[in-house]
Design a protein around this ligand. Structure first.
Ligand SMILES: [Zn+2]
Ligand SMILES: [Zn+2]
Length: 120
C-alpha cells in the first residue's frame, strides 16, 4: 500500500464558484472564445484581468449558468428597447399596429382589472 497519494487528482479551481473541478474551460482558450465566455463574464459583478493572478478556468456547470444568465440579459435588453420606443412614440397609451405592445394590456395605462384580464 502507501500509494494513496497517487490517487489524489488535482483539479482546477473554477473562477466563478471556487470549486475544484476536473473539467474546466480556460477563459483564454479557443473554446472559451467560441463560446464568447469573456463577453458573458463581463456581465457579472467580477473584475477579470488576464494577469490578475486568479483562476482563469471556469467549470462546465458555471458555463451553463452563464449561458442562461446571458440569455436572460439579452431578453431584458430587447424588452427594454421595445418599452423605450413605446414610451417615445405614443405615450398616450394607444399602440399602433407597428408597436410590439399593440393589443397587449399595458398595466401603466390600462384600467382593466385582473378579473377581466383573466376571463377574456
Ligand atoms: Zn464553477
Ligand atoms: Zn406601444
Amino acid at each position: 500500500m502507501g500509494s494513496t497519494a497517487k490517487a489524489i487528482v488535482t483539479g482546477f479551481i473554477c473562477r466563478l464558484c471556487s470549486e475544484q473541478k476536473k473539467v474546466v474551460i480556460h477563459l483564454y482558450s479557443e473554446r472559451a472564445r467560441k463560446l464568447d465566455l469573456l463577453k458573458k463574464i463581463r456581465l457579472l459583478p467580477i473584475s477579470l484581468k488576464k494577469y490578475d493572478n486568479l483562476p482563469k478556468t471556469i467549470c462546465e456547470e458555471c458555463v451553463i449558468r452563464l449561458e442562461e444568465q446571458y440569455k436572460l440579459f439579452k431578453k431584458i435588453k430587447r424588452s427594454q428597447a421595445i418599452h423605450r420606443s413605446h414610451q417615445m412614440y405614443h405615450s398616450n397609451g394607444r399602440c399602433p399596429v407597428e408597436c410590439p405592445l399593440h393589443g397587449l394590456a399595458d398595466p401603466s395605462w390600462s384600467e382593466i382589472t385582473l378579473d377581466e384580464a383573466t376571463n377574456s
